[in-house]
Design a protein around this ligand. Structure first.
Ligand code: SF4
Length: 461
């Protein structure tokens, strides 16, 4: 499950994620998010939630109480007993000692005995038994922090329009460790036009000094709606030379692997046992539910994305919000009352006018009968053909170290597609850019940097 928290206090120069700076929308957004949850009560009927990811935006702009409210709403609706990994993205300058302590203290059971929290490896899920039994102390069992560091060089951070300094980021990670978090990932960026091999080396030194469990290292991308793309189009900045960018990629791979991090995906490095379970789910074609404005979901056959506009998202899910309060609180008698025409009583009980209550009554009746079609007012659905699903799986799985499971691929997509893939892969295997080991097709270290051209060769058009 992915939850998109659409708030930031300022916009980074490279960012095209949905995030706004109007923090006064927070309360309404959480109401809308919880209303959206009610549309997907059946989503995890056959398979339980395995990972939860609060991303954004900047989830750490929400108070611990607000985060706990969102988690409680999840736990009230779905079985969270199999959750193995619960990540929150944080900005370094939100991570005060007080905030981290409150975040960590939210689940008292965790600190004392929970293996998920304390152990290096996140299994066994038995550690979540108390949660399963409802004993979560109203807690927030976050066990992984993703801290957006990006660089340990102040000039680079300024260029990126990040709101923290290098020192603040370094100290925030140290505080998180002191607060008891034992699964921390940091983001680094490379191929910045203002970066040099020396400055990247310095950032890597500082990252290694922090000894975190996971590092994501992304090349700067010129996304269509970002400020840097506009600046580039106006000839006000130039991307870094491609050869230097390739050298930076090699430097990261080399230094991080020497330091004991395995490059298990093109942009992701982990110490043993700390690979991101959530992202691995995306890369291996698992179903996921994304909630919040601009969030994407995939149910195995179709993909959908929510409206990328927080005010529209809130309005469409909440108008008029008062009528949804009883449902949100688990009291859906109001649905029966509306269905039987007893609106007078409801009006008194809720203190709302007929006009406010009546428009959404159809929605409530639909919800009561399990019809969540009204959620289509906020989403765009795309039904994927089998070829498109094949392309997506091959594209994402080949970016990972374990690669594509050929046996599974054959079962899911048939002999014709699988044999075609193997025929096309042969020339890359012969050239040493790909390998087949234990029925898995993957890129070799040599093939990783030219992965885009190799993978595009396999797409069915
Ligand atoms: S990169 Fe992250 S912190 Fe920066 S504006 Fe985008 S969502 Fe916000």
């Amino acid at each position: 499950m992915y939850i998109h928290i659409p708030f930031c206090t300022q916009k980074c120069i490279y960012c095209d994620f949905l995030s706004g700076t109007n923090l006064s929308l927070r309360g309404q957004f959480i109401d809308a998010l919880i209303a959206e949850m009610d549309c997907y009560l059946d989503f995890f009927r056959e398979d339980k939630i395995r990972t939860i990811y609060f991303g954004g935006g900047t989830p750490s702009l929400l108070s611990v109480e607000e985060l706990a409210r969102i988690y409680r709403a999840i736990a009230e609706r779905w079985d969270v007993s199999e959750v193995e990994e619960f990540t929150i993205e944080c900005n370094p300058d939100d991570l005060s000692e007080e905030y981290l302590t409150a975040l960590n203290a939210q689940c008292t059971m965790y600190n004392a005995e929970c293996k998920m929290h304390n152990a290096q490896l996140l299994t066994p899920s038995a550690s979540l038994v108390p949660l399963r039994q409802g004993d979560n102390n109203g807690g927030l069992p976050i066990n992984r922090l993703s801290i957006g560091v990006q660089s340990f060089v102040d000039d680079e951070l300024k260029w990126l329009n990040r709101r923290h300094t290098a020192n603040e980021a370094f100290e925030a990670v140290q505080r998180a460790k002191r607060a008891g978090f034992k699964n921390i990932t940091i983001d680094l960026m490379f191929a910045l036009p203002v970066q040099t091999i020396e400055s990247l080396n310095y950032s890597i030194d500082k990252a290694l000094e922090l000894d975190v469990q996971h590092i994501s290292a992304y090349s700067l991308m010129f996304e269509p709606d970002s400020k840097i793309t506009k600046l580039m189009e106006m000839n006000r900045l130039k991307p870094l030379d491609e050869d230097v960018a390739a050298d930076m990629f090699d430097l990261l791979s080399k230094r991080l692997s020497e330091a004991g991090y395995e490059q298990y995906e093109i942009s992701n490095y982990a110490k043993k046992g700390f690979e991101s379970r959530h992202n691995s789910g995306y890369w291996h074609g698992m179903r996921y539910l994304g909630l919040g404005p601009s969030a994407h979901s995939f149910d195995g056959e179709k993909r959908w994305s929510n409206v990328a506009h927080t005010i529209k998202y809130n309005a469409q899910l909440l108008t008029p919000s008062a009528s949804l309060v009883p449902l949100r609180q688990g009291d859906n008698n109001v649905v029966d009352q509306i269905a039987s025409g007893e609106q007078g009583e409801i009006n008194e009980e809720l203190g709302v006018r007929n006009e406010e209550l009546l428009p959404p009554s159809a929605l409530l009746v639909q919800l009561k009968h399990g019809d969540n079609s009204w959620v289509n007012t906020i989403r765009t659905v795309e039904v994927l053909t089998e070829d498109e699903r094949f392309n997506e799986l091959v594209f994402t799985a080949l970016r990972t170290k374990v690669g594509v499971d050929l046996v599974d691929l054959r079962i899911r997509f048939g002999d014709v597609r699988c044999d075609r893939l193997l025929r096309q892969a042969q020339k890359y295997v012969n050239a040493g850019n790909m390998q087949i080991i234990n029925n898995r097709l993957s890129l070799t270290h040599r093939g990783i940097y030219i992965s885009d051209s190799i993978i595009s060769d396999f797409m069915i058009v």
